[in-house]
Design a protein around this ligand. Structure first.
Ligand SMILES: C[S@@+](CC[C@H](N)C(=O)[O-])C[C@H]1O[C@@H](n2cnc3c(N)ncnc32)[C@H](O)[C@@H]1O
Length: 123
């Protein structure tokens, strides 16, 4: 089951949403549910907890990319503001040349990065 934003972006070892959903239905406490996922990954459990109507869902991960993905999936966006920001970004970035050096950027360097993300070789 890959509905909603579960596969955006893809992340290694994601839980199947249906399993989380069934567990919440079986063990959740309705609107009083507070859920902690200490290995949040791409946030599958948090997204399902929101859909379930949990009071609170908290995620932790040592991978900053996982935290970023989970935040982006569980933040409630004001679509009007978001579209305005996208237009602003598009209007102001087409002339900028930028380069991110992944090797030297602390955001991309965390202890088990190479375990989760294999280097892609381009032909
Ligand atoms: C299998 S994924 C989690 C899947 C997630 N629970 C879901 O709902 O799809 C495992 C995650 O655990 C994180 N992780 C591994 N060791 C950790 C640790 N000691 N503390 C926090 N996060 C850790 C990894 O970075 C990875 O993102």
């Amino acid at each position: 089951m890959n509905e909603l934003n579960h596969q955006l972006p893809s992340y290694p070892a994601m839980l199947m949403p249906l399993i989380v959903r069934n567990l919440l239905e079986q063990y959740g406490k309705g609107k009083d549910t507070v859920l902690l996922d200490p290995y949040v990954g791409a946030g599958t459990t948090l997204v399902e907890a929101q859909l379930y109507g949990a009071k609170q869902a908290i995620g932790i991960d040592l991978n900053p990319l996982a935290v970023l993905i989970s935040k982006s999936k569980t933040t409630k966006y004001d679509l009007e503001k978001l579209n305005k920001q996208i237009r602003h970004f598009r209007d102001n970035t087409n002339q900028i040349n930028y380069h991110v050096d992944i090797q030297d950027n602390e955001f991309f360097n965390f202890s088990i990065r190479d375990f989760w993300f294999k280097e892609k070789k381009c032909n």
